[in-house]
Design a protein around this ligand. Structure first.
Ligand SMILES: CC(C)(COP(=O)(O)OP(=O)(O)OC[C@H]1O[C@@H](n2cnc3c(N)ncnc32)[C@H](O)[C@@H]1OP(=O)(O)O)[C@@H](O)C(=O)NCCC(=O)NCCS
Length: 260
């Protein structure tokens, strides 16, 4: 997962390489207005507090967790380091296998973009805490409310859970919180990028209702007829089916909030 999307048309120093939009355009305004809100406003308006504190069985005992929203500018430096180190441990090999490679400096620059937002998952002390040094950090989801090919979207840049805490429903929980945030903001869909090599994550997202987006790069057909998949895919999940604002029906197929 990364910004390896058509997102690359917007450089992360804030200079847009895409045609400039009319500032009165309502789509642009939704993004500009949302990104200019204070952290307290973002929390009170767009977070579903019932999803933020929960408990789930971890190695046989109940463990309580908390999810906290940060702006890149408000993320404490030790938490930033936790996020970066986990991303590097989980994903740098997959990045290295692509033509872009793994560039820690550029990744850190992207992670510090002023519009980047973080959902940070920690254990609540007192449970079966296996975090390194009991520091509490378990994982994070990094996202931006942005525009992608003319649509207002919530774009998940990274989602990483510590290996010891994977497959407990925690990744799903972070994704649920981000999606609810996007719905409340009023964006059209949730988007993300997944490496072709990351089959487990692709299955995970498909189970969460994500499909290949229309802007996902097509596979290459080589001269000998062999089909070579792109090294990454862009997935999305629509929030609304039509102009009336009727919600996409895939929710009823979910297993629901059964991980508490
Ligand atoms: C991918 C990732 C974020 C998923 O988070 P998670 O907390 O492990 O996933 P959850 O427990 O919420 O998974 C929900 C479902 O997906 C399944 N699943 C999760 N990861 C899977 C994997 N690698 N292979 C197969 N199934 C997987 C779970 O078994 C679960 O299935 P269920 O609902 O039928 O029980 C996490 O495994 C991770 O951090 N992986 C390494 C980094 C990475 O690949 N990030 C994504 C980059 S695009």
């Amino acid at each position: 997962m990364s910004s390896l999307s058509s997102h690359d048309s917007v450089s992360l120093d804030g200079t847009s390489k895409t045609p400039h939009k009319d500032p009165t355009d309502s789509s642009t305004n939704l993004i500009v207005q949302t990104n200019s809100l204070s952290l307290d406003d973002l929390k009170s308006r767009f977070l579903d507090s019932s999803l933020l504190t929960f408990a789930t069985k971890t190695s046989g005992t109940m463990q309580s967790y908390n999810i906290e929203l940060f702006k890149s500018s408000s993320l404490p430096s030790e938490v930033f380091d936790n996020c970066f180190d986990l991303l590097e441990a989980n994903m740098s090999a997959a990045y290295k296998a692509t033509s872009r490679g793994w560039n820690p400096r550029k990744k850190k620059e992207e992670m510090k973009h002023p519009a980047m937002r973080y959902l940070v998952l920690t254990t609540i002390p007192g449970g079966n805490d296996k975090t390194v040094g009991g520091a509490g950090f378990v994982g994070f989801l990094e996202f931006m409310i942005t525009e992608e090919e003319g649509s207002d979207v919530i774009y998940t840049y990274e989602l990483d859970i510590l290996p010891a805490y994977q497959k407990l429903g925690l990744g799903k929980r972070l994704l649920d919180v981000a999606e609810e945030f996007g719905r409340r903001v009023g964006v059209e869909k949730a988007m993300l990028t997944v490496f072709d090599s990351n089959k487990g994550a692709r299955r995970f997202y498909e189970r969460e209702g994500y499909d290949l987006d229309e802007i996902s790069p097509d596979p290459k057909v080589l001269r000998n007829g062999t089909i070579k998949p792109s090294t990454y895919h862009i997935l999305s999940k629509a929030f609304w089916t039509d102009e009336s604002g009727e919600e996409d029906g895939d929710e009823s197929e979910d297993e629901g909030e059964d991980d508490d």
